[in-house]
Design a protein around this ligand. Sequence first.
Ligand code: TYM
Length: 328
Amino acid sequence: MRIFSCIQPTGRKHLGNYLGAIRGYVEGQDRGDAVYCIVDLHALTVGPDPAELRRSLYDTTAILLAAGLDPARCILFRQSDVREHTELCWVLATVASYGELSRMTQFKEKSAQHKQFVSSGLFFYPVLQAADILAYDTDEVPIGEDQKQHIELTREIAQRFNARFGETLVVPTHRIPPVGARIQDLQSPGKRMSTTASTEQGAVYILDAPGSVQRKFRTAVTDSGTEIVRGPDKAGITNLIEILSVVRGVDPAAIEREFAGLGYGAFKAAVGDAVVEYLAPVRERYEKLRADEAGLEATLADGAAKAHAIASRTLARVRAAMGIGAPG
Ligand code: TYM
């Protein structure tokens, strides 16, 4: 079984990325043939500074390795190193409709955020994402809930392609964790924790200092009640229960029982301590990995060679099926 997913190199990775997705990438190494990609071409859609983009790519690579991705057990590579992604993006753009791309929630949100200049790359973003996935004959894509619509579009594109050109592409499914698929902002618990939309206090970054993590949880917005239970009118407390449940590896109901009768203050402090402890090994391993840029480059180059070998075979099938390129 092929497991494939990607992550953006922009900005700092946060607890939502970790609990919703990175955790699933690490587990994927034990469950199948795992391939992971850092999508610098997607990052270009919002015009990052070039030097900053390169730094962020190394930061993200080191975070993934520190979190437990093992180049001996998975393929880890940089999207722009494997040219097949852009070629497949173009051919799939001829199969995806303008209407369905216009309906993508993330396009609508991001184009509202970047009002001065909405690149057409931002519009094409989900097609490149479909190309990433379909180039690897992917069976399963570990993701957080916010990416579900993009995977549904990918399935739609693959099915339409196969119906028009014959069975060529594997139709993937998403794998969304039962708890932790949508970690909310600590200051605005009605909103998803996000690199671009969250404030400094609202997002917990994987590399935050322990004191800062504890402070962010201590000041997390909750409600005027007193009960530590999940509920539709208790977005803040529900989020904290879910975070603690994932970090401890227990059911959310077990957390509710354990903290019944305790005050919000003590609960928030306990969640902060548990998250600090959970992230500590990642923070410790990160510094050494990040300091060795040549080592990171070597890992990415090795990953790109292996990724290219897979993607080029898919592209050969796609070209033949569509009648482009030299025959045979
Ligand atoms: P990115 O880099 O924004 O996010 C990486 C992963 O983190 C998940 N995630 C969350 N999970 C739980 N709670 C949150 N608050 C939260 N915020 C983010 C995301 O769902 C994602 O799984 N478009 C993708 C990158 C991409 C991709 C792909 C993903 C490009 N091509 C192919 C899968 C397959 C993105 O922006 O991820």
